[in-house]
Write a protein that binds this ligand. Sequence first.
Ligand code: PBG
Length: 328
Amino acid sequence: MPHPMFRPRRLREKALVRSLVRETRLSVDDFIYPMFIVHGRGVRAPIGAMPGQARLSVDEMVKEAKDVAGLGIPGVLLFGLPAEKDPRGSEAYAEDGIVQQAVRAIKDTVPDLLVLTDVCLCEYTSHGHCGVVEDGTVKNDPTLELLTRTAVSHAEAGADMVAPSDMMDGRVGAIREGLDDAGFAETPIMAYSAKYASVFYGPFREAADSTPQFGDRRAYQMDPANVVEAMREIALDVDEGADIVMVKPALPYLDVIARAKAEFGMPLAAYSVSGEYAMIRAAGQLGWLDERRAMMEALLSIRRAGADIVITYFAREAARALERGGEG
Ligand code: PBG
């Protein structure tokens, strides 16, 4: 129907009408908040390129976890920085490793908060790669055993869900088998299925001290140019038993999110990574963007593209904005 019979603006004039016909809504129920845990007590070390984020010792993290739960955010995703790094990343799967301690502490004090753990070796290895290095390359199959041990140790500590982010082939199947054998058949796996070799992880690598000491991650993370391959990666993870699949980063890969949702209909997470956070923060600090509105629009776009779950460093601020009743 041509103008003037159909006037789309009729539904845009009044805020209440706009709200009635709004197709996507942001909800605190969809957020997961990432945190970085370090050894020590009373530690709150700000992360330079992620203003508002800090590395926290377990005691400080518990305080923050209470605040997160109080805001109605359903869960946190934990990353750990070990006391010492070594070539095989031993603290990743140590019973008293930093993440294992953090999981227990949250489960003791904030039992209603979901605890998800990132399963990877890069924060723990002296070379900074996500797997075992032999002859200058990251070896896939020897890494699977270490990842499985890591995931099982997180489940033993009480993790509600494990999230492998290493991009080794076959790791979801290996972890599923390991969890089942250890009596954790009920623990879900959220797989970082389509994880790209992205420059947007820059600030995270400062936060997690996980920059590769040689080379880069392009031999295991995905080429940013590929989307059909992302669908193959997701299909593999689903076959191997992933319960939730993930696309990462989020904003530069909204097409991948939309396609993954359409093709698989699986519960889908999107990780809005450190660089996405840093860009909006930086422009906000410079006065070049309205930071709060940019944050809300970016998060909404990720949901509109098809993500059910949004992992974001903005979770607490967005939760507060939603509490005040702002859609944006
Ligand atoms: C670990 C891991 C990374 C991120 C999440 N898990 C870094 C990387 O792969 O180099 C990035 C998260 C972010 O940038 O916010 N492999």
